[in-house]
Design a protein around this ligand. Structure first.
Ligand code: B12
Length: 264
């Protein structure tokens, strides 16, 4: 019985709502059994197979698309994926895999620096256009999005941004290579409810990241600002304040809780 998951459990694993899971079941693309009461139940093994297959095949196909299509084609495909997967969080999971695949192809010499830059910028711009078009409620909580010092990998943050906007947050895009002391100053001035900082695998300076995390933790704790440290870089875990996030879904879940606490 432990290995039978509910619609809500599967939704959490996939980063989508229960309605999307029911749709997958009803379309027959995710096998399920029904309880005596008519509730859908899913075998954990089947769910994992389904998630691996969707993410894996979509990721490979998405890299090909990024390399071959223009920006509008990428945007159209992103919207189709959002419709298919049911949430931007779920799309970002697939895109995380696509970026890693692109990195592997680049390292193996199958993709040139020219192609990789073109593809990265296509994705960043398409995501920015989609994010800009998402509706925003007046008085929405605000989150600053920045890369750690020296880090120019802002695509992780672009993924975070679209998912966060869908969760009802306003985002302040600071982007690449941002000094921690400046973010700390904004926290002290009450410029945002949350600060999210990304460090990619290219940031290997653990001591430097620890120092930045300390500066941010101190200012955010003193000002009641939430702090999210994400990306594959070697952030301290746990930090003195806030959380170290290894994926976007738990971060967005936390952001939803903070937004609800403010309302309630
Ligand atoms: C695109 C890319 C670039 C682009 C970035 C463009 C842009 N606008 O972002 C450019 C061309 C600038 C670039 C430059 C470099 N890159 Co580069 N790059 C990549 C690539 C292909 C994708 C990177 C990416 O966006 N990853 C970032 C995100 C998507 O992944 P992530 O950090 O694992 O984060 C995940 C989650 O943690 C989450 N997340 C990320 N941030 C946050 C934040 C929060 C708050 C939360 C909740 C979650 C979250 O989202 C992701 C989704 O799963 C990767 C391949 C790869 N495997 O990642 C190489 C890669 C990261 N780059 C690498 C290198 C070496 C470099 C350079 C040093 C190359 C050079 N010699 O110049 C420079 C360094 C530049 C710098 N100072 O930062 C290496 C790092 C090697 C290592 N140490 O492991 C990689 C791994 C490629 C490789 N396989 O060798 N790169």
């Amino acid at each position: 019985m432990d290995d039978l998951l509910s619609t809500v459990d599967v939704g959490k694993l996939a980063g989508v709502g229960p309605t999307a899971v029911k749709r997958w079941a009803d379309q027959g693309i995710l096998p399920c059994v029904k309880t005596a009461g008519g509730h859908r139940r899913f075998e954990r093994r089947e769910v994992q197979k389904f998630l691996d297959a969707t993410r894996g095949s979509s990721a490979e196909a998405f890299v090909d698309l990024l390399l071959q299509t223009d920006g509008l084609g990428v945007e159209a495909r992103l919207l189709t994926e959002r419709s298919r997967l049911g949430s931007w969080v779920a799309v970002t999971e697939m895109l995380g895999g696509a970026l890693a695949t692109m990195g592997e192809r680049w390292r193996a010499g199958k993709v040139s620096i020219y192609q990789e830059h073109l593809a990265s910028e296509r994705l960043a711009r398409a995501l920015a256009r989609i994010t800009g078009a998402l509706p925003l409620q007046p008085g929405a909580p605000r989150c600053i999005l920045a890369c750690a010092e020296g880090d120019r990998h802002a695509l992780g943050l672009s993924l975070v941004e679209v998912a966060l906007r869908e969760a009802g947050w306003e985002t302040l895009w600071v982007g690449q290579d941002t000094p921690a002391v400046e973010l700390a100053a904004v926290a002290r001035q009450g410029g945002a409810e949350m600060i999210a900082v990304s460090a990619s695998a290219a940031t290997v300076d653990e001591v430097g990241l620890r120092r930045q995390a300390e500066v941010l933790a101190e200012a955010c704790a003193a000002s009641g600002v939430a702090l999210g440290l994400g990306g594959s870089g070697p952030w301290p875990d746990p930090p003195a304040h806030g959380h170290r996030f290894r994926a976007i879904a738990p971060f967005v879940a936390r952001a939803r809780e903070i937004a609800d606490e403010r309302l309630g």
